[in-house]
Design a protein around this ligand. Structure first.
Ligand code: 6LW
Length: 499
């Protein structure tokens, strides 16, 4: 066994990671914005191999995304996970059209069920909870600066007025506060510099959870801004002590591709970096694609089958739908062995499309899905960055149609006759010299050969083009009726196809 591991440890759209350890197990959560179910939860025994064990917000009574129609990047921002008093705590924000709603949920078993949400009367985002030795519960959050107050952790009631606390070195958007005690010293770690190319991590220390704070002389002590590092935008970090006493940082970063400027298309991903304590400060050498030192713990192969046959009674927890639960628009029972999608008039440009997808987790990937169009006016496969940026290959009547939406531009790129009633649709991402990738849209003919209907520069489905916080999700959609999918196949391509 090698001592090295590769980053990202959670590839694809897995931003704002937060981690905690309980015994030999680590648990990690990430943001989901306007996707349901909310906040995937992963378990690992070595901080490197993560298995999704569920979703924290898995029912409508915990989260209402109806009030987030203003922007696809609203909804669930930046969860924190902690273990205290024998229970797991997940605290987060729902950014709505009418302000930010902070809340927490708790669970005995991290795989669920989690409680209904307990609201907190603060606005702002990136909330986190920490408990001091007397059991007092400290809430920190960000609102163009870091604020703190104590709360009653059984009711969520605020016990003090929130007051401003240490907020970094003066860079843009101090956010993502996390409080730790290490060797009797308290640390307040935050992100600053904005979540894009200036993103950075800073830290202060003090005698107690309320400070007074002394900033680290090398702040921001981690940033990849203006460097040649392949991982950029590093920040929004959380620290965890491993079973052998070593310390590790879990953080977000992106992998931009292309020449000047570069584009990142997979969203913000989750990375792992070793931490050393030097003179009472955490030091991270670099956040690298290959790290020569592994955390302790057994290697556990992640069983994440590439193919979904839709044979079981429930969908794998990785499947996402926009502002509604996947089971509100799809069924595995209606036609056993198939995923039946119920499309209404909403297209992929609408706030609630009939779309069920999974994260694109590799720069080069190959996707196939078998479709029977049924009564739908249109159905197919789509690569979605958000409602303003998507490419799709769909069946419309007896035609196979490739289409793109980029901002206010909507174009049909190609139309060919549909070969049979049941069709295997295809999406591939291939290498590009000057951009992040080429997105290929097509279908397989009766001989199983790929027929390409359109090839598109992938940069238009990037965060640099759309703004916001999302990454690509690839999935099945239907409009104006019912369509059925027999299976969905997603795989990483390691030897690029260049045909
Ligand atoms: C989140 C903030 C951030 O609240 O992005 O990278 C925001 N950091 O902390 C949305 O994910």
């Amino acid at each position: 066994m090698t001592d090295a591991y590769t980053n990202p440890v959670l590839p694809g759209f897995h931003p704002d990671p937060s981690v905690c350890r309980v015994g030999d197990d680590y648990y990690l959560v990430t943001s989901t914005f306007t996707y349901f179910p909310g906040v995937p939860i992963f378990r690992s025994r070595n901080l490197v191999d993560w298995t999704q064990i569920g979703n924290v917000l898995d029912r409508p009574s915990q989260l209402d995304l109806d009030d987030t129609r203003g922007w696809a990047s609203m909804g669930v921002w930046a969860p924190t996970i902690r273990h205290h008093d024998g229970r797991f705590w997940m605290i987060t924000t729902n950014q709505t059209d009418h302000g930010s709603k902070n809340f927490f949920v708790t669970a005995d078993d991290p795989a669920g069920p989690w409680t209904d949400s307990v609201p907190l009367a603060v606005d702002g985002c990136d909330p986190e909870l920490a408990w001091d030795v007397d059991g007092a519960c400290w809430l920190h959050f960000s609102k163009f600066g870091i604020y703190r107050c104590r709360i009653d952790d059984s009711t969520g009631a605020l016990l003090d007025e929130p007051e401003a606390t240490w907020s970094g070195t003066g860079l843009q958007y101090p956010e993502s506060p996390h409080l730790y005690e290490h060797d009797g010293v308290w640390y307040l770690m935050i992100a600053e510099g904005g979540t894009h190319s200036g993103h950075a991590v800073s830290i202060a220390r003090g005698p107690g959870p309320a400070g007074p704070w002394e900033g680290c002389p090398t702040n921001p002590f981690l940033s990849h801004r203006s460097t040649n590092q392949p991982i950029q935008n590093t920040g929004h970090a959380d620290l965890v002590e491993a079973t052998d006493g070593s310390w590790w940082m879990i953080l977000l970063g992106v992998r931009p591709r292309g020449l000047s400027p570069a584009f990142h298309v997979l969203g913000r991903e989750t990375f792992l970096a070793p931490v050393e304590w030097i003179d009472g400060w955490p030091v991270v050498d670099e956040v690298a694609l290959t790290v020569e030192r592994r955390p302790p713990g057994p290697v556990e192969p992640v069983s994440d089958a590439a193919r979904d046959e839709f044979d079981g009674p429930i969908l794998h927890p990785r499947w996402l739908a926009v502002r509604r639960f996947p089971d509100a628009i799809s069924s595995l029972e209606e036609r056993p062995g198939w995923l039946t999608l119920h499309g209404d008039d909403a297209t992929l440009d609408a706030p609630t499309p009939a779309f069920v997808g999974r994260r694109q987790q590799h720069h080069l990937c190959r996707v196939r899905a078998r479709l029977e169009i049924g009564t739908a006016r249109e159905a197919g496969l789509a690569v979605l960055l958000d409602d303003t940026a998507h490419y799709e290959i769909g069946v419309v009547g007896d035609q196979v149609v490739a289409r793109a939406r980029i901002g206010s531009l909507q174009v049909v790129l190609g139309e060919v006759e549909r070969p049979a009633a049941s069709i295997d649709l295809a999406v591939e991402t291939r290498p590009s010299l000057f951009g992040p990738d080429i997105v290929v849209l097509g279908f397989e003919d009766v001989r199983g050969d790929l027929q390409i209907v359109a090839e598109l520069d992938g940069r238009y489905l990037s965060t640099e083009v759309t703004g916001g916080f999302l990454g690509r999700v690839i999935g099945m959609y239907a409009v104006g009726g019912t369509a059925a999918f027999d299976w969905f196949d997603y795989e990483e391509v390691t030897a690029p196809i260049t045909a």
